[in-house]
Design a protein around this ligand. Structure first.
Ligand code: ATP
Length: 347
């Protein structure tokens, strides 16, 4: 199913503008993530798609050719998975998954078949007869997903479905959830504030801030060609190199950086994975902090950027320079991202 959102906006009764007029199309079987910081309007948009929130006059929501704007949630045939799974704790996994089919009066034999099929796809067959209170967080999350897809909804809406799980489990389930969503081939909209989750799961990501959709694109598009400073920072923490530019040379407190032609009037951004320790590097600074995160060290280097700003870098070696030592750094100009000077897109 194709979801079309036209001019969808929402101002709450107290005057809060949660969503500015928004347009978006999500194609059949596509997984789209709404990504942004707390309060940016993600949940409001998801609730508008579901039919749980009435959008402002002039908004249009279409499921394929059908205008569903005025339809109540129970007539939209949407599947929903929320942060709190809202399972029936004393009912078996099977009964939870079959619940939506029973409500829709699907005949018993067909119901049994469809539940078995979904249980198997979600790797829940072995737990089918357990009450859901006796399951782990990850298993409950799979039951919630199975329950949402069993009635074959036209669209699946997920609101931070992994956020109740602890970090290690979340990482594992992220890939598993991505794989399951793909095999269902149901158009899905997935809300998260976690960029790595959005990147792992979504075909496309819509970055939101202050009720506005700033950029929509494939994860690698947003990473390599962010449309503005907010997206550059939010996706992969790009750091601005604010310095004085003279003849395509950026003058920073820690040294000079030759920039490609045409950079004038723009701000250069760099990510920590693209800053390297290099004894012949043109920049120098002082190591302020060193943290080890398994695959690499993360260093904060002072004295390179103006205004006591810290430049972060990832260092993959087995040892790292000590705190307080002077280091030289290099940045490949081809890794820089140039953006027109900052507009008011902060939230
Ligand atoms: P979070 O990640 O914290 O859930 P979000 O991006 O989903 O945030 P929304 O829940 O959509 O954000 O809220 C967007 C804005 O609308 C916020 O400023 C919020 O306080 C406001 N808001 C949400 N619901 C209501 C309501 N019923 N009445 C008034 N304001 C509301």
């Amino acid at each position: 199913m194709t979801l079309t959102i036209e001019n969808a906006a929402k101002t709450f009764a107290d005057g809060t503008r949660a969503l500015c007029p928004t347009n978006l199309t999500v194609g059949p079987g596509e997984i789209l993530s709404l990504l942004g910081p707390s309060g940016c309007g993600k949940t409001t948009l998801l609730r508008i798609i579901a039919g749980l929130e009435r959008p402002d006059a002039g908004s249009r929501i279409r499921f394929d050719e059908t205008d569903v704007t005025g339809l109540a949630v129970e007539h939209r045939n949407v599947g929903m998975v929320f942060q709190s799974y809202a399972l029936f704790p004393n009912m078996s996994v099977r009964a939870n998954v079959g619940y939506g089919l029973k409500v829709r009066k699907v005949p018993a034999e067909e119901r049994r078949q469809r539940v078995n099929e979904v249980l198997s796809l979600c790797r829940l067959t072995d737990y089918a007869d357990r009450p859901t209170h006796a399951l782990s967080g990850g298993q409950r999350q799979r039951v919630a997903l199975a329950r949402a897809v069993a009635p074959r909804p036209r669209i699946l809406l997920l609101d931070e479905p992994l956020s109740a799980l602890d970090a290690a489990l979340r990482d594992n389930l992220r890939d598993e959830l991505a794989a399951m969503l793909r095999q269902f081939r149901i158009t899905a909209v997935f809300v998260t504030h976690d960029q790595s989750e959005a990147m792992a799961i979504a075909d496309r990501i819509a970055v939101m801030s202050n009720g506005t959709m700033l950029q929509v694109g494939r994860p690698e598009e947003l990473y390599h060609t962010p449309a503005n400073a907010f997206v550059a920072r939010f996706i992969g923490n790009a750091m601005p190199l604010t310095g004085h530019m003279e003849n395509d040379v950026l003058q920073l407190p820690g040294g000079q950086l030759k920039l490609p032609a045409g950079a004038a009037g723009k701000t250069a951004y760099i990510r920590s994975e693209n800053v390297r320790l290099d004894q012949t590097g043109s920049l120098s600074g002082t190591v302020e902090t060193v943290t080890f995160s398994g695959g690499h060290f993360r260093l904060a280097v002072g004295g390179v950027l103006p205004d006591a700003g810290l430049l972060y870098l990832q260092h993959p070696g087995r040892t790292a320079p000590e705190t307080g030592s002077t280091v030289r750094l290099t940045i490949d100009p081809s890794d820089l991202i140039f953006l027109a000077d900052q507009t008011s897109t902060h939230s």
